[in-house]
Design a protein around this ligand. Structure first.
Ligand code: M6R
Length: 614
């Protein structure tokens, strides 16, 4: 939930650290800081509340020289976002500084023990405990920094990715991880450390992903060394990144979110490429083929996910049940992990996560694996913790998603789940060829259909002006598009701070209808499908009570055009893939309302892109 960067080499660390923090700002942005060892071996630490820009302003007239440094952008867990609680934290002597992503669960016990030894704490954070503990061990055991870090980590319960610098070891940075990601970038005479590869990509494409309980010893004059917390050296597995700098920039759009919405014709093309051919109904997913017994014989599938990925999971459930005829349950990962679930080796668990770092989803995977279930991942970030923790999986391949509100990842997830359902159905013989061909044809035409749907942008921009200052919204949908209603409502609330609820349209009469009046607009997702007639009645029920209706309809739907206040026309698509197309106007509506309200759409308040804490 926080972002870490580290640099050691022959250049000035500051610029590299700041640029890296900007890249990682999606992980948290309530305060930021840097610690750099200067040429006179002084440890200079600067930190401030606010975004990385605020830190840069603060550092303007400061001494930021030095080529060994660490930096942090924070999403507060322990202690409010202020200058003191911002990272880096430093030890009593001021010699050791540390940045941390994660949560030290037993920090209170450790803090009390250190206070009894005379340690005085400046901040309210769990992180300061760790840096004080490292110094305490280093001094009292008269051991090396590496040994002190190892011993301290053995005392810690919780999740961490850390980077540590020490003026007694000015040519070294120590990194370590457990349940929070950390990547080492190996350059020419310089080494980088970061929460993900985005701060590293400008300098090198050679990276090493640290595993849990590993410690990286990065020395200016020596090769990278990795040991476990028990001091066992491990082999270094160097990966080559396939990420380009242009993917991390806005490319002329005012916000990443808008860029990512408009990228969807291409991202869906990339997502299906090589998995369905130019014609025919065959779907080839290597992860399914290599593990066919787990899909052919699965008694049950359980999908675990959070947020938007959970909405995609609900659509996946319908697709898999319909096409592959396997019973599917969908669980919030955060609930699943504490529900003492009944799992057997005959169950297949699918974990969906854009970032591949969501702590609850990762914990649910670990629990499923302990029970002997086969776990399949649907992730976006290549090499992420979830991608590596699962037995096999399918990447959605939509490229880096930087806007906090998930857009292209959602459509990529639904597209992969459609292919997964087809691949399973084909293995199990539950889908007829002509049915599969109808869906694969529709998948092939998705990029074109999304391009057509994006033409609604101007119309939606105008429409958003009418609804900028309402306080509540209701979203209704049925069947495959009930999850689309949930997703539309989530998009609006997270970036515009307007309260929005998604409901299955027919459930409205069991309660939410009481909310309807002229101040509550309702977005109704009503493409031509099996339940079209029924949803028309739901629209009439809203209109009869004075509510206004924005309806997402199939092109040419005159019936709804006559009763709704506004209609947004999408192209005709088969019902099972309509959520991909429907999500485009809903993303645009949320985006334009938020922009008109003056909200920071890429970095909404209180949120972070990767939720790596519980
Ligand atoms: O990276 P993940 O897909 O695991 O993230 C799950 C949620 O945190 C994420 O979808 C969140 O709800 C987004 N902000 C939604 O736009």
């Amino acid at each position: 939930m926080c972002g870490i960067v580290g640099y050691i080499g022959n250049r000035d660390a500051y610029d590299i650290l700041i640029k890296g923090l900007h890249r990682l700002e999606y992980r948290g942005y309530d305060s930021a800081g840097v610690a750099i060892i200067d040429p006179d071996n002084r440890l200079n630490i600067y930190k401030s509340r606010g975004k990385v820009d605020d830190l840069e302003n603060f550092c303007q007239s400061k001494n930021v020289s030095g080529s060994t440094g660490i930096a942090h952008t924070r999403w507060a867990t322990h202690g409010e976002p202020n200058d003191i609680n911002a990272h880096p934290h430093y030890s009593a002597s001021g010699k050791i500084a540390l940045v941390h992503n994660g949560t030290i669960e037993n920090y209170n016990v450790l803090k009390e023990a250190l206070q009894l030894q005379g340690c005085v704490f400046k901040s309210e954070t769990d992180t300061e405990v760790l840096v004080q503990l490292i110094e305490y061990i280093k001094t009292s055991n008269r051991c090396t920094l590496v040994d002190a870090v190892r011993e301290a980590l053995k005392e810690v319960i919780g999740a961490y990715a850390i980077a540590v610098v020490d003026t007694d070891n000015p040519d070294t940075i120590i990194g370590a991880r457990k349940s929070s990601p950390l990547v080492v970038g190996i350059g020419d005479g310089e080494t980088f450390l970061a929460s993900d590869a985005t701060p590293i990509i400008d300098y090198t494409d050679k990276v090493v992903y640290l595993n849990d309980d590993e410690i990286a010893i990065i020395n200016r004059n020596q090769d990278l060394k990795i040991i476990t917390v028990d001091n066992v050296p491990t082999t270094i597995d160097i990966h080559t990144l396939r990420l380009s700098v242009s993917q991390l920039e806005k490319g002329g759009y005012p916000h990443f979110m808008l860029k990512e919405i408009f990228e969807q014709p291409r991202t869906i093309h990339d997502c299906i490429r090589g998995r369905i051919g130019n014609s025919g109904s065959k779907v080839t997913l290597s992860g399914v083929l290599e593990n066919r017994e787990h899909f052919q014989n699965a008694h049950r599938i359980i999908i675990v996910a959070c947020g938007t990925s959970w909405h995609a999971a609900l659509i996946g459930k319908r697709l898999i049940q319909e096409i592959a005829r396997i019973p599917v349950e969908v669980e919030y990962a955060s609930e699943f992990r504490y529900s003492n679930p009944i799992l057997t080796p005959n169950d297949t668990v699918i974990a969906i996560s854009q970032s591949g770092e969501t702590a609850d989803t990762l914990a649910a995977i670990q629990m499923a694996k302990k029970c002997g279930a086969f776990v399949y991942g649907v992730c976006n970030v290549v090499g992420s913790s979830i991608a590596r923790a699962t037995d096999s999986g399918t990447y959605i391949h939509v490229g880096p998603e930087i806007g906090v509100a998930s857009t292209k990842a959602f459509t990529g997830q639904v597209t992969v789940l459609t292919m997964l359902a087809l691949a399973m159905g084909q293995l199990r013989g539950t889908v007829k060829d002509e049915e599969a061909a109808k869906i694969t044809d529709a998948l092939r035409s998705l990029p074109k259909l999304i391009r057509q749907t994006l033409k609604l942008n101007d119309e939606i921009e105008k429409l958003s002006g009418i609804y900028t200052y309402v306080h509540n919204f209701l979203y209704l949908g049925r069947g495959y598009n009930y999850p689309s209603a949930l997703e539309g409502a989530l998009k609006l609330k997270e970036i515009s701070y307007i309260h929005a609820e998604g409901y299955p349209a027919a459930e409205m009469k069991h309660g939410p209808i009481a909310l309807i009046d002229h101040e509550l607009p309702t977005v109704v997702i009503a493409p031509n499908d099996e339940l079209h007639e029924k949803i028309i009645s739901n629209i009439q029920q809203v209109k009869a009570r004075g509510g206004s209706v924005i309806a997402v309809v199939t092109k040419g739907d005159k019936t709804i055009a006559e009763i709704a206040d506004h209609t947004l026309e999408i192209p005709e698509v088969p019902e099972s893939i309509s959520p991909v197309i429907v999500s485009i106007p809903l993303q645009l509506l949320a985006y334009h309302i938020a922009v008109k309200k003056g909200c920071n759409v890429d970095m909404p308040r209180n949120l972070a892109k990767s939720v790596t804490v519980e």
